[in-house]
Design a protein around this ligand. Structure first.
Ligand SMILES: Cc1cc2nc3c(=O)[nH]c(=O)nc-3n(C[C@H](O)[C@H](O)[C@H](O)COP(=O)(O)OP(=O)(O)OC[C@H]3O[C@@H](n4cnc5c(N)ncnc54)[C@H](O)[C@@H]3O)c2cc1C
Ligand SMILES: NC(=O)c1ccc[n+]([C@@H]2O[C@H](COP(=O)([O-])OP(=O)(O)OC[C@H]3O[C@@H](n4cnc5c(N)ncnc54)[C@H](OP(=O)(O)O)[C@@H]3O)[C@@H](O)[C@H]2O)c1
Ligand SMILES: *[C@@H]1O[C@H](CO)[C@@H](O)[C@H](O)[C@H]1NC(C)=O
Ligand SMILES: *[C@@H]1O[C@H](CO)[C@@H](O)[C@H](O)[C@H]1NC(C)=O
Length: 459
């Protein structure tokens, strides 16, 4: 590690300027009166998900009264399900109101973090994406608010680099791109595709949507949709369970438009102005719009805790990917996740979860922030008990499905994404009965108690 002498420092370092980072920053100030923090984010603007996803049609899919921070209600939303731009505007308003904006440093990638026993602090490795330069930052408390739906899935079809039109992912939209009179290819059939297609159907000359769902098979044919709903239930994974993806019926009725086509014929090759499918069809293409989702690689950053143990070694020793109440791991003092392993909930506002976890973190770190001790660490036995219960619960739910899901770790067969209990349990368990599960460092306090009287008697 190079030039430590120029290292910047702060009491708290937050990685990620989305709603998790924002809520953490607001509560540091509101609850702990702490202004000594910095937020690093690799994007060029704040907002996380709501800055990255600027594709046409992007909107929140739960009523916005629930998709807002409890301490900062917003009377200005124009609709029950407001569009992306309004959520982003709300984000920036809250960031200004709570004086968070000036603490955010953009274009900075988090690359690693190394626990220092001697100083009870984290040395965090960062990269300035403007210059490519690496630098280090020292902090007492390190908070990972890196989100999950951040890193777009790779699209590796042969010939993709020869394509002459635009290729854009929904989470990296080119705002100046026009689809007027263009033949557009949409890849994927998740929520992003369902929002995108109706929003561009009038502008584009044609839209062909490619879906890939190996568990459902139908003959390869580029069919016009007649019995739409039946088709969708067959093809769109989870449509029966999550109706709410299509709550305004826009996507379904859009599939009837004469310029919109849907096929499961896999794309096998791409050339300069068209794509080729497995059945041998060629589709002219001016733009390829990837609604292909995200690679869940949010835990790949190198994290080295006590005794040089890495995060992956910790998980290997533990038996699987986990954290105590989705927030902390033993051997990693003063380190917290906002939406860590097993924090994912299907049907409620993610902001509700974020606020609960932030509440827990604030309670636990208070003595460190107030300099009453130098570190806090979850007890290994509490971490174990919590996760045994959690996986017993998961085993009894629909999330324990052996036919595979991208949340299930292939090695350990454990679902590391889903939170199996209800919202009340989440609230209760992040607000009550936590302090016995943590070890606080009182060594220096003891030292003070021993040394101070000694000093006094010597004088
Ligand atoms: C299109 C879309 C629609 C959604 N709609 C809803 C909805 O309707 N309701 C709902 O509850 N949830 C929805 N979600 C989920 C949404 O992600 C969460 O609600 C919430 O915004 C997550 O906030 P976050 O701060 O945890 O993560 P994010 O908003 O993803 O922010 C994480 C930030 O961390 C930064 N970051 C990550 N890794 C690094 C690194 N190594 N170095 C530096 N910076 C890093 C990223 O740049 C990003 O800015 C949606 C997600 C998507 C993609
Ligand atoms: N507010 C909202 O309503 C809203 C809007 C958008 C997103 N979201 C949330 O954001 C998350 C991500 O949604 P998303 O729609 O972006 O992603 P997603 O749900 O992961 O869907 C991605 C789609 O792309 C397909 N795909 C991936 N790679 C492919 C490839 N190489 N070739 C062909 N198809 C490929 C997948 O098919 P397979 O199924 O075969 O893998 C899947 O249909 C979800 O959790 C969703 O809830 C919410
Ligand atoms: C990164 O480099 C740019 C250009 O020199 C500079 O303006 C910016 O402040 C740097 N960022 C950090 C975090 O030092
Ligand atoms: C599902 O449950 C079975 C039996 O209870 C268990 O052996 C298996 O590991 C569970 N799978 C997951 C993904 O939790």
């Amino acid at each position: 590690m190079a030039s430590f002498e120029k290292m910047s420092s702060s009491k708290v370092l937050i990685i990620g300027a989305g709603f998790s980072g924002l809520a953490t920053a607001c509560q540091l100030r509101r609850e702990l009166n702490c202004d000594d923090y910095i937020i690093y984010d690799r994007s060029s603007a704040p907002g996380g998900t709501w800055w990255a996803n600027r594709y046409p049609g992007c909107a929140v899919d739960i009523p916005a009264v629930f998709y807002s921070l409890s301490f900062a209600p917003n009377p200005d939303f124009s609709k029950v399900y407001p569009p992306q731009a309004e959520i982003l505007e709300y984000f920036n308003k809250v960031a200004d109101k709570y004086d968070v904006s000036r603490h955010i440093v953009q274009n900075t990638e988090w690359e690693g973090a190394y626990w220092q026993d001697l100083t009870s602090s984290w040395v965090v490795k960062l990269k300035n994406l403007t210059t490519g330069q690496t630098f280090y930052h020292d902090c007492k408390i390190l908070i990972s608010a890196v989100g999950a739906l951040v890193n777009p899935n790779r699209f590796g079809v042969p010939g993709v680099e020869d394509f002459k039109g635009d290729i854009v992912h929904t989470a990296a939209w080119k705002e100046d791109m026009s689809l007027h009179q263009k033949d557009a290819i949409v890849v994927g059939n998740g929520c992003s595709a369902a929002q995108l297609i109706p929003a561009i159907a009038k502008e584009a000359r044609s839209i062909t949507q490619f879906i890939r769902t190996p568990q459902f098979y139908l003959q390869n044919e580029n069919r016009q949709i007649d019995d739409n709903w039946k088709f969708v239930f067959r093809y769109v994974p989870g449509a029966l369970r999550l109706r709410r993806i299509f709550d305004n019926n826009k996507y379904i009725s859009c599939l009837q438009a004469s310029n919109v086509h849907l096929t499961d014929d896999p794309i096998v090759e791409i050339s300069t102005h068209s794509i080729f499918t497995k059945s041998g069809q060629e589709y002219p293409a001016d733009a390829i719009l990837l609604a292909t989702g995200f690679a869940l690689t949010q835990y790949d950053v190198e994290l080295v805790g006590r005794n040089g143990q890495t995060r992956n070694e910790h998980w290997d020793n533990f038996g699987y990917k986990e954290a105590y109440k989705s927030t902390a791991m033993s051997g990693f003092p003063n380190f917290f996740y906002v939406l860590g392993p097993n924090s994912g909930k299907g049907h409620t506002s993610t902001i509700y979860s974020i606020e609960n976890y932030v509440n827990l973190i604030m309670k636990v770190i208070a003595p460190v922030i107030q300099d009453r001790c130098s570190f806090v660490e979850v007890k290994p036995e509490s971490e174990k008990d919590y996760n045994v219960n959690l996986h017993e619960e998961i085993a009894m739910t629909i999330f324990n499905n052996s036919c595979g899901s991208y949340f299930i770790d292939y090695k350990t067969k454990k679902n590391w994404f889903i939170y199996p209990w209800n919202s009340f349990v989440m609230w209760y368990s992040t607000h009550w009965g936590n302090l016995d599960d943590w070890t606080y460092d009182v060594r220096w306090l003891m030292k003070l108690l021993v040394d101070e009287p000694k000093r006094l008697t010597h004088e």
